[in-house]
Design a protein around this ligand. Structure first.
Ligand SMILES: [Zn+2]
Length: 117
């Protein structure tokens, strides 16, 4: 397990988490992910491995449809930082673009069929 840290663009939302080494990205084609074009952690991060180190009032949550998935984002800069997926409440998929020192464009990616959910 490795420890990663990350933030939104303005830095109001900061977090760290433990995960296996990130060697690929997951892209989801559901109605919101395809609009965000986010590259996500391929493995879900357990709640106990996720620590939100700064957020205050900046961390906002968007829900739609079944209202089960929680799409978290920074209310100041608008950047989507992580999601608690509908199928796995209490776990997180992190926006890899928010992770310090990781270039998502240099990672292979796989597509998750979120559109069919
Ligand atoms: Zn921000």
């Amino acid at each position: 397990m490795n420890t990663y840290s990350g933030s939104c663009h303005c830095g109001a939302v900061r977090f760290s988490f433990r995960a296996p080494e990130i060697t690929c990205a997951m892209q989801c084609d559901c109605s919101i992910c395809i609009r965000k074009t986010a590259y996500l952690t391929p493995a879900k991060v357990a709640q106990g491995d996720m620590e939100i180190t700064a957020a205050g009032d900046a961390l906002k949550t968007y829900r739609f449809g079944t209202m089960a998935a929680q799409h978290h984002f920074c209310g100041t800069c608008g950047i989507h930082t992580f999601v608690e997926p509908r199928l796995s409440p209490g776990t997180f998929r992190v926006n890899l673009g928010c992770i310090d020192g990781l270039n998502t464009l240099h990672l292979p990616s796989e597509i998750f069929d979120g559109k069919s959910l």
